[in-house]
Design a protein around this ligand. Structure first.
Ligand code: C5P
Length: 404
């Protein structure tokens, strides 16, 4: 956990991107940090104090003249209790106040009173971002030693395109981690390694509007891609139609069916490591129609199935050009270790990350995972932990294996 024991004072300004700061709180906690939230008056228009405090697990600070919170902790003390002050989203107004040294509400007062370093994630309309006044304020803030992450370019809530979108929560987490470990920036254990990750379910068409799918959310695959990227790997992320969005900073190849995923994997080779976390459908509909099937009096449609290519097996057994390390996943509902051990040998991969996906475990689609890592050396059961943490641990093991 990159931020274990760190305390972050998070100031949430008034912008549509404030909703992403709820996710940011979660991601910071996943990395071991604690978060004291501060919500500006304008911020309250976008997210509620209740959501923020519920996620942070502590009261949200809102008012400069709130006597109760002043009695508990004065603003000077609040501003100095943190290891880092993060402003996300930072509006044009908040940055202008910072640049001028104004202190007319709790957020600006904290920012003036603090002797802690400050990281700012700007979010605003593209014209406001490009305005000479904003750019002048940014120059001044940089000169004052303020750190920045983002903004990104993209479609904005106001319908325009350009720079101004707040950095994604995981990019902000990376920037925070880089703040605490500047010597590690660009020197991750996997720098220079090309790693392929498959993720998510596949959709197997029945006809142009219907398909067969499975319950994979893509959460574990996304978490892995993020953790590998954080260690400097060049990640090719081949994903089926997943619920969870791919992380920033990886090469995303979006596919639908197993056949498309196979083609994308072949095109991505050669790689140093292949991680196959996708829940690929075992069968596709052989009789898929290129027209929508109609109800008919002649009875119900009969679907015929054909076996899909086993992508993991093909890569594991490809001989020349095989990635030096191939990692498969096994979702089992019973006899996890026995089944996964047999699967490792059958497929010919180096490791299998096995887990129990019986409904009672809540793992499929959930935030946590309990895995057993199966290799030539045997089975190693890991305690139940967040999928992000499983990803970080597996990334560490991959880095160790490549170094050995
Ligand atoms: O055989 P089973 O589906 O249980 O194996 C799971 C592992 O094999 C996962 O790593 C999955 O990504 C991979 N797989 C694959 N191609 C398939 C089926 C599974 O790559 N057609």
């Amino acid at each position: 956990m990159a931020l274990a024991g760190k305390h972050i004072l998070l100031i949430i300004g008034g912008g549509i991107a404030a909703y992403k700061s709820l996710e940011l709180i979660r991601r910071l906690q996943d990395q071991g940090a604690s978060v004291s939230p501060v919500l500006t008056r304008a911020g309250e228009e976008f997210v509620t104090p209740l959501s923020v405090s519920a996620l942070a697990g502590r009261a949200v600070h809102r008012d400069l003249f709130d006597l109760t919170s002043e009695a508990e902790m004065g603003h000077i003390q609040l501003s100095r209790s943190a290891d880092l002050v993060v402003v996300a989203p930072a509006t044009a107004d908040l940055m202008a106040k910072m640049a001028q040294g104004l202190a007319n509400d709790l957020a600006s007062t904290l920012l003036l009173a603090t002797d802690t370093r400050v990281l700012v994630a700007p979010a605003m309309n593209v014209r406001m971002w490009e305005h000479a006044a904003t750019q002048r304020n940014i120059e001044r803030l940089r000169g004052d030693g303020i750190e920045f992450v983002g903004p990104n370019e993209g479609n904005m809530a106001c319908g325009e395109f350009g720079p101004g979108r707040m950095a994604e929560p995981d990019e902000i987490v990376v920037a925070i981690a880089a703040h605490f470990n500047p010597e590690r920036v660009g020197k991750g254990a996997l720098t220079g390694r090309r790693i392929l990750v498959t993720s998510g379910p596949t959709h197997e068409p029945i006809d142009p509007v219907r398909y067969i799918a499975n319950r994979s959310s893509g959460a574990q695959g996304s978490a892995l891609a993020r953790a590998l990227r954080d260690q400097g790997a060049d990640v090719v992320f081949i994903t089926g139609p997943a619920e969870v969005r791919p992380p920033e900073g990886v090469e995303v190849v979006a596919v639908e069916s197993a056949l498309e995923m196979e083609a994308a994997v072949q095109a991505a080779l050669p790689v140093d490591v292949g991680v196959f976390a996708a829940a690929v459908a075992d069968w596709r509909v052989a009789s898929a129609s290129d027209r929508k099937l109609k109800k008919s009096k002649d009875g119900l449609p009969v679907l015929e199935f054909a076996e899909n290519p086993d992508i993991l097996k093909a890569v594991s057994q490809m001989g020349a050009g095989r990635p030096p390390l191939v990692v498969g996943f096994a979702a089992e509902t019973n006899d996890v270790v026995e089944n996964a051990t047999a699967k490792r040998l059958r497929k010919g991969c180096d490791w299998i990350v096995a887990n129990d996906v019986s409904p009672a475990t809540g793992i499929m689609g959930g935030r946590e995972n309990a895995v057993v890592l199966i290799s030539e050396q045997g089975a190693e059961a890991w305690p139940r932990m967040g999928k992000d943490e499983v990803a970080v641990r597996l990334t560490q093991r991959i880095a160790e294996a490549l170094e050995a």
